[in-house]
Design a protein around this ligand. Structure first.
Ligand SMILES: [Zn+2]
Length: 485
C-alpha cells in the first residue's frame, strides 16, 4: 500500500476510465489482481458498502412481504434451456461445470447466471392453490456471467453479488402492481441511501430481459463518463416461465391457471455507480448513509501536545460512536496528518474532523466536508448535533447535485446526426422513434455505439407531430439514447 503513489493521478473529466480504475484500486474497494480475470476480490471497504446496501434494502423487501431463501448455484442444462428465449439470451455468457473428480458429468451444469429456472422448477412443486399466492422470494447471492468483453471493476465482471427477487401472482394486474411497488422500493434504495438519481425506462422489445413481457430499468448517469449505468431492473415475466415450468394453481373459480411472475435485481454494480457519479479528482465521495466510515477523526499532532490531542480525538470519536455515528479515529503515529487526509479522501469518507493545538485551545474541532471541501469550527459541546446535521446536508446535496447534472445532460434532438453529436459531447440524447427495430439497430451505427435505452416508464411522453430520427416516418415513442457501462 505504502509503495504505491498516494492519491489519484488521473483527472476524472479527462480520462474517466483510468480515473475510475485508479479510484477503486487505490481506495481499496476492489482488487482485480486475481488468478481468474473478471472474478475480483471485494475488499473490506467495498464489501462494507455492499453490507450497508443489504442492511438498508432487506427490511424494505421484508416489509413488502418478501422472504429470503437460498437456491443452488448449479443449474442443469436441461433446466436452463426450458424457456427458449431466456436460454438464448444467456447462453453466450454461461460458465459450465462439466467434470467432477475424474469423471465427466452426465449433464452439463451451469453456474447460475440468474436463477429464474432453478427457482421456478421449485415453485412449480410448491404452488398448488391461489392460497399459495402471492409468493415472494428473494436471495442475496453471487452470479456468473462469463463476459468476453473487457471487464471493469464492479460495472462488468464475471462473478458479482446481487439480490434477485422472484414473485408469482394470481393475475396480470397483480404482477403489474408488483412491478410498480418494487420500483418504489428500488427508488428508495437508490435515492435515499445512495443519493443516485436515475431515469426509469421501459426497455425496447429487443432489449428487454430474455423471456420477459417487459423490462423496466433504472439508469444512473455519470457526467464525466458521459454514459448511463444500469443500476437495477424490474421485469414483468408474464406467463412465459410459468408455462415452461408448469407453475399452475387452482383458482377460486375452480379452474387451473398459470401464475403471473415478476423478477427484480440490483447488484454490486451499484458501488461502481456511486463512485462513477459522485467521485471527484481526489477519489470517491460516499453518501453518508452508505459510507462504512462516516466521520474520520484525525489528531494533528504537535510536539509537546501529543498526548492531549490524541486523547481529545479519542474522546470525540467515542462521543460520535455513542451517538450512533460510524466514526473512526486515525491515531496511527507512523503516518503524517497529510497522508491520512489523502487516504480517507480517496476512500470517500464524507466528513473529516481535525483536532490540532488551536482547536484544543478554542475548545472544539474543525470539520471538513469531503464533497465541497468546506471547513468549519465546531464547539465541543455541539459536535454530535452539528456532525449529524452536516451528514444529512451532505447526503441531500450529493443527490441534488447529481440530479441537476443528469437533468442538464439531457438534450432533445431530432436527427441521428444530432444524436451522435450529443452523445459525443457526453450527453443523453432525447429523441423520437417510429418503433421499428431496424431503425433502432441503425441508431447504434449512426451514433458510434450509443443505443436507444428505452421510453420513460412512469410518465407518458407524447411523440405526436414528431418524426423518427432515423427514417423520418411518423414517431410513436420518445426515447433516450446514450452510451452505457
Ligand atoms: Zn424509424
Amino acid at each position: 500500500m505504502a509503495a504505491e503513489s498516494l492519491g489519484v493521478t488521473t483527472k476524472k473529466e479527462e480520462n474517466f476510465s483510468d480515473w475510475y480504475v485508479e479510484v477503486v484500486r487505490k481506495g481499496e474497494f476492489i482488487d482485480q489482481r486475481t488468478p481468474v480475470r473478471g472474478c475480483d476480490v471485494f475488499m473490506p471497504w467495498g464489501y462494507a458498502i455492499w453490507e450497508n446496501i443489504m442492511h438498508f434494502a432487506d427490511p424494505l423487501f421484508k416489509e413488502h412481504g418478501v422472504k429470503n431463501a437460498y437456491f443452488p448455484t448449479l443449474i442443469p442444462e436441461s433446466l436452463l434451456t426450458r424457456e427458449a428465449e431466456h436460454f438464448e439470451g444467456f447462453v453466450p455468457e454461461v460458465a459450465w461445470v462439466t467434470e467432477a473428480g475424474d469423471s465427466k458429468l452426465g449433464e452439463r451444469l451451469a453456474l447460475r447466471p440468474t436463477s429464474e429456472t432453478i427457482m421456478y422448477y421449485m415453485y412449480a412443486q410448491w404452488i398448488r392453490s391461489y392460497k399459495d399466492l402471492p409468493l415472494r422470494i428473494n436471495q442475496w447471492v453471487n452470479v456468473f456471467r462469463w463476459e468476453t468483453k473487457a471487464t471493469r471493476p464492479f460495472l462488468r465482471s464475471r462473478e458479482f453479488l446481487w439480490q434477485e427477487g422472484h414473485t408469482v401472482h394470481r393475475t396480470l394486474e397483480e404482477a403489474d402492481r408488483e412491478v410498480l411497488d418494487m420500483i418504489d422500493v428500488y427508488r428508495k434504495v437508490f435515492e435515499e441511501l445512495l443519493a443516485l438519481p436515475s431515469i426509469v425506462l421501459k426497455r425496447t422489445e429487443s432489449d428487454k430481459f430474455a423471456g420477459a413481457l417487459y423490462t423496466v430499468a433504472f439508469e444512473a448517469f455519470s457526467k464525466e463518463a458521459g454514459r448511463v449505468i444500469q443500476i437495477g431492473t424490474v421485469h414483468n415475466l408474464g406467463q412465459n416461465f410459468a408455462k415452461a415450468f408448469g407453475i399452475k394453481f387452482l383458482d377460486r373459480d375452480g379452474k387451473e391457471k398459470y401464475g403471473w411472475q415478476t423478477s427484480w435485481g440490483f447488484s454490486t454494480r451499484l458501488i461502481g455507480a456511486v463512485i462513477a457519479v459522485h467521485g471527484d479528482n481526489k477519489g470517491a465521495v460516499l453518501p453518508p448513509r452508505v459510507a462504512p466510515v462516516q466521520v474520520i477523526v484525525i489528531p494533528i499532532i504537535f510536539k509537546g501536545k501529543e498526548k492531549e490531542i490524541v486523547e481529545k480525538a479519542r474522546e470525540i470519536g467515542k462521543k460520535l460512536k455513542e451517538a450512533g455515528i460510524r466514526a473512526e479515529v486515525d491515531d496511527r503515529d507512523d503516518y503524517t496528518a497529510g497522508w491520512k487526509f489523502n487516504h480517507w479522501e480517496l476512500k470517500g469518507v464524507p466528513l473529516r474532523i481535525e483536532i490540532g493545538p488551536k482547536d484544543l485551545e478554542n475548545g472544539g474541532v474543525t470539520a471538513a466536508r469531503r464533497d465541497t471541501g468546506a471547513r468549519e469550527f465546531i464547539k465541543e459541546k455541539d459536535v454530535v448535533k452539528r456532525v449529524k446535521a452536516l451528514l444529512e446536508e451532505i447526503q441531500k446535496d450529493l443527490f441534488e447535485r447529481a440530479k441537476k447534472k443528469m437533468e442538464e445532460s439531457i438534450v432533445t434532438v431530432r436527427t441521428a446526426e444530432e444524436a451522435r453529436k450529443a452523445v459525443e459531447n457526453k450527453k443523453i440524447a432525447r429523441s423520437f422513434w417510429c418503433g421499428d427495430p431496424e431503425c433502432e439497430e441503425r441508431v447504434k451505427e449512426l451514433t458510434n455505439g450509443a443505443e436507444i435505452r428505452g421510453t420513460k416508464f412512469l410518465e407518458i411522453e407524447h411523440a405526436e407531430g414528431e418524426k423518427c430520427l432515423v427514417c423520418g416516418r411518423e414517431a410513436s415513442h420518445v426515447v433516450y439514447i446514450a452510451k452505457s457501462y
